[in-house]
Each structure stands twice: as C-alpha cells, then as structure tokens.
Ligand binder design. Structure first.
Ligand code: UD1
Length: 362
C-alpha cells in the first residue's frame, strides 16, 4: 500500500510524525506532501527538524492568502501530486485548509481519503475550521475519531461503523508519550519568565485575532491575570499583526515571545501553573501535562475536558477570563484526572490497522 499524507500547518507536523513511525514499522510506503501553508522556520522548519521528519516528497509552497486563494492553490498542487504519485489512499489531519484541500483533491480523483481527528464539532459555522471538518468528514472513507464525543457527533449525522467511523484515540497523546522525555532546553529569555510560577497563553484563532473587540477583551483579561502571576505569550505571526492593528498595548507582566517549537512547548507545559488558550491541541496537551486550562473561546470540540472540570470556557470576556483563572489558581484541589479519555497512546497503530483493513476490503 502507498499512502500520501497531506500536512501544512504546525499541529499537523506533530500528528503526522507519530503516524509516520507506525506506517514505517508496518512497511507501508508513505509520501509526505507539505502544502506550505505554514512556511516560517518557527512555524514549520523547526518542527521538521525536531520531530525527525524527513524532507517532504513535495512542498507546494502555497504560503498565506485568503481562504479561496490558499485552498485553490493547494487543490491544484495536490491533484497534480496524486496523479504523479498514484497513492492507494490519502491521509489528512485535523481541520485546516490543507485538510480540506487534500480531502477534496483525493475524493474527486476517486482515491479514498482517511481523516485523522474526524467527528470534532464546535457547532459554530463562523469558524473556518468547522467548515473544513464537516466537508472533510463528508467525503472521507475512514473517519478516525479521537474521542467518544466525536463518535456521538458523527452518529447524530447518520454516520457509524458501516460508513467508516472508528474510534482510535488521539494521536496527540501518542506524541506526548513519544516526545515527552525529550523536552527542549529553553532560551534564556523564556527561562527568565518560567523560573517562577507562570501562566502560559496562546491565542491565534481568526475569531479572536480578527475581531478587535474580542482581542481587547482577551488582553484586558490577561492584564488582570498578570496581576496574580507572570504571563508568557508565545505569539503566532497572525496575532502579532492583529495586536498592532488593534492598537493594543501589551499589559505589564505579559511577556510576548516568538512562537515556540513543539519540544519547547512541552517543556513550558511541564512548568506552567495554568494554560489560557484558544488552540484545540493545547487544551489537551495541558491536560496530559496535568495543567488546568481556561479556553478563550465560547465553545470547544473537546467537551470531555469541560465535563471533567479540567477546562473552563471563558470566551473573550475579561471578567470571565480572570474569574476562571482565579478558580484554578486559588490553590484548591484539582479534579481527578480520568484515564483513557484520549485512548491508550496507541492511536497511530490503530490508525494503521484500519488503513490496512480498509485497503484489504477494497
Ligand atoms: C491555521 C489553521 C488553524 C490552526 C493553525 C495552527 C486554517 C483555516 N487555520 O491557522 O485551524 O489552528 O493553522 O497553527 O487552516 N503566517 C506567517 N508565517 C507562517 C504561517 C502563517 O507569518 O509560517 C501568518 C500570515 O500572516 C498568515 C497568518 O499567519 O496570513 C495566518 O496563517 P494561516 O495559515 O492562514 O492560518 P493560521 O492562523 O496559522
């Protein structure tokens, strides 16, 4: 079997790196296509080096642009790549424009496409990611789900085992187990902040960065949190631009740094008292590290973390952000941490099992 894997954005490099190992262990040929959605050294190059991912077979170098431009360029390039490589299956991850383009290009050429992280729903169609997920799931052969909430969401849409739904667990948990022992040494500017208790923050979602009212609300929330503990904010390039465009003064006690690598992020999580984020992946990575999380969104796809009390939704409202942070920082006992919410750390192996079974049944 020959698998063409499509990646393009930061979290996809992490997820694909652990599945690549599982594919290689079973002797399956994999070709890696990087759309070039993320292209900076800090957003892409460092991840490849750190995670030991070989040079992609093909890099489309699409770069940034409007959704239509970015996705259109990818579609064209991925179609050509599929025609050149003639893979048996195409593997896509998550909910980015690269995911959508990979899925559409493959299904239109009659190549089965399998979706890792299927079934996640925020039920907020204003998010580009929600549209990407819904469309990708609709055309995928295997819907490889990380959680029971994802299985339930697909069941409500009429999809079950007979239509390719499988629960395999979360490859990000596999990644933490694979790389957790290799946390990076931190640069001196980061070390200076994290040598004491601190709060780790990330914010990059378009719904927050592209809305000055929400971005101001979040920074007012951070100002209040920083009165309690120093705040470290590794900043996504989109957010850096948005802060400047909205004329926001970064509050005292909020330390803005360049984006960090995956191993640096694991090291920071290992030492943080609290995470505030609008990222999907970081909500879970905080949980894996035993750190509570306040989510800077009005809804989450990872509802199980809210249900068990490890995550509180605070939106972009300063008062709610500060109150949720206080709730976790006041020293009271954290809730018990359930095991197996995200599988047993062998999601990658189960994914490969499913690919082999689906190919044998074709
Ligand atoms: C994308 C995904 C988002 C995911 C995130 C992970 C979509 C619709 N969104 O968001 O779901 O959580 O990746 O990080 O696919 N930029 C750079 N250098 C880079 C990459 C981006 O400077 O290497 C800047 C550009 O100004 C660009 C902006 O960041 O316009 C946004 O990048 P883009 O890839 O469009 O979306 P993300 O916000 O990164």
């Amino acid at each position: 079997m020959k698998v063409l894997t499509i990646v393009g954005a930061r979290p996809q490099f992490v997820k694909a790196s652990v599945v690549a190992r599982a594919l290689a262990a079973r002797g399956i040929e994999e070709l890696l296509l990087h759309t070039g959605q993320h292209y900076d050294q800090g957003m892409s190059g460092r991840f490849f080096l750190e995670l030991g991912i070989p040079e992609p077979w093909r890099n489309l170098g699409v770069g940034s642009g409007s959704h239509g431009i970015q996705t259109g360029r990818m579609l064209e390039g991925i179609e050509r790549a599929i025609l050149d490589a003639r893979p048996d299956r195409v593997l896509v991850y998550g909910d980015t424009n690269s995911t959508l383009a990979g899925a559409l290009a493959a299904v239109k050429l009659g190549v089965p496409v399998d979706h890792v992280e299927a079934g996640l729903r925020s039920y907020n169609r204003a998010m580009p990611e929600e549209i990407n997920r819904i469309v990708t799931d609709a055309v995928s052969a295997l819907l490889l789900c990380p959680t029971s909430a994802a299985i339930d969401a697909l069941a409500r849409e009429g999809r079950g085992v007979a239509s390719g739904v499988r629960r395999v667990g979360d490859v990000m948990y596999d990644a933490v187990l694979a790389f957790g022992g290799r946390q990076a040494e931190l640069a001196s500017d980061l070390e200076a902040v994290v040598s004491r208790k601190f709060v780790l923050v990330t914010c990059h979602r378009a719904e927050n960065t592209d809305d000055p009212v929400r971005l101001n609300g979040i920074f007012e929330g951070l100002r209040r949190v920083a009165l309690e503990l120093p705040v470290l904010l590794p900043v996504h390039p989109r957010t850096r631009g948005a802060i400047a465009a909205a004329g926001i003064d970064v509050p005292m006690g909020v330390h803005v740094t360049e984006p960090v690598s995956y191993l640096e992020m694991l090291a920071l999580l290992g030492r943080a008292s609290l995470v505030l984020t609008d990222s999907g992946g970081l909500q879970k990575e905080a949980f894996f590290a035993g750190v509570p999380c306040v989510t800077l969104r009005d809804e989450t796809e990872w509802t199980e973390l809210v249900d068990v009390g490890w995550n509180v939704l605070a939106g972009a409202d300063a008062g709610r952000i500060a109150a949720a942070a206080c709730h976790f920082l006041d020293g009271s006992q954290l809730p018990a941490r359930p095991v197996n919410l995200y599988g047993d750390g062998h999601a990658s192996d189960l994914i490969v099992d499913e690919l082999i079974a689906a190919e044998a049944a074709r």
